[in-house]
Design a protein around this ligand. Structure first.
Ligand code: P6P
Length: 339
């Protein structure tokens, strides 16, 4: 933590950001503040999961066809409950819910909220970092309640995005389009303090992050790119080191801080999921907003910018190549046949 940022709480940072926009009504500040309260609640449970009754599964399967972990359920409820009556949101989408989530009547606000309440939750029982990811848009129908299409907006139109990573410490990383800022939770006082002001992702990294267990399901271009980063070439820092945690927020956060590229490409593993595993609305688009704000980039494996994709449904899956700009540019060369 640098001296001039010592003791700046996230609430102070949000208010300072609001002050720089005279037209601001304070609703976005209020929304972020409420979301942060939910995050603190989740953090307390994640850190005690081994001692409470939060290990293991609920016994149901969600819309994604994934087994619901107890902490998935807790985190989803904690966010829904708090945001449904905060007065700043008109409609929500959650990775855990098939349909759009209405807010409490009379509490409709002017923003939409899409979130993955507990990404990487299958790692909870083995004490690997997990995270919450969120994406905020302005409601296009003037906040008419439960307007699902208010949620189906491209990442380019996000007004804010971020994640909370529950790891060796709990960190909040967010952007409102004016850079990326990281805050570390001091659990003794329950405050997030500015610890990583104006984060910039190194233009080129030394890590590649991919599940090579899927190699047989990849397109040839993907296999050729992975072989490329494994070749020895001192001038370009190759071979890269492999780092794959299997928790998107943790893999992304490492690359944000140290540089590197994460890839979850389309594959033939599951005919129902030709676009790969990750979701656009509450995983790829918010992380793409953060990546671009930190100087990085996020594309699909067929040359599209993640931020430009018009969603066609709440749980749309997209291939994701995200991280240091030079690394994503090189990967794009393989996917578009230029390399
Ligand atoms: P695989 C976790 O289940 C998740 O959604 C992301 O957090 C992670 O990046 C990915 O799936 C891991 O998927 O197929 O490599 O286990």
């Amino acid at each position: 933590m640098t001296n001039d940022s010592y003791g700046i709480t996230v609430s102070r940072n949000i208010i300072d950001r609001q002050r720089s926009h005279p037209e601001a009504t304070g609703d976005l500040s209020g929304l972020l503040s409420e979301l942060i309260v939910a995050a603190k609640t989740i953090s307390a449970e994640v850190n005690m999961a081994g001692l409470g009754d939060f290990m293991g599964m609920v016994g149901t399967t969600n819309i994604q066809g994934e087994k619901v972990q107890k902490l998935d359920d807790f985190a989803n409820s904690a966010i829904k409950r708090r945001m449904a009556r905060c007065g700043f949101v008109s409609v929500m989408a959650s990775e855990e819910e098939a349909d759009a989530i209405p807010v409490v009547e009379g509490y409709e606000g002017k923003y939409t909220l899409a979130f993955d309440p507990m990404d990487g939750s299958s790692n909870i029982d083995v004490n690997v970092s997990v995270g919450t990811i969120f994406s905020i848009h302005r409601a296009i129908n003037g906040g008419s309640p439960n307007a699902e299409n208010d949620l189906l907006q491209p990442g380019r139109k996000q007004v804010a995005a971020g994640y909370i990573i529950y790891g060796s410490s709990t960190m909040l990383v967010y952007t409102t389009g004016e850079g990326v800022h990281g805050f570390t939770l001091d659990p003794t006082v329950g405050e997030f303090y500015l610890s990583h002001p104006d984060i910039k992702m190194p233009a080129r990294g030394k890590y590649f992050s991919v599940n090579e267990g899927n190699t047989i399901y990849w397109k040839d271009e993907m296999s050729r790119y992975v072989e490329f980063v494994k070749q020895a070439d001192k001038g370009s820092g190759r071979p890269y080191s492999a780092r794959y945690i299997g928790s998107l927020v943790a893999d992304f956060h490492r690359n944000l801080i140290t540089g590197g590229v994460f890839l979850y490409p389309s594959d033939t593993k599951n005919p129902n999921k030709p676009a790969g595993k990750l979701r656009l609305l509450y995983e790829a688009a918010p992380l793409a907003f953060i990546a671009e704000q930190a100087g990085g980039r996020a594309i699909t494996d067929d040359g599209r910018e993640i931020m430009d994709i018009e969603p066609d449904c709440l749980h749309q899956r997209v291939p994701l190549i995200i991280g240091s700009r030079d690394d994503v540019d090189i990967a794009e060369g393989f996917f578009t046949g230029k390399r």
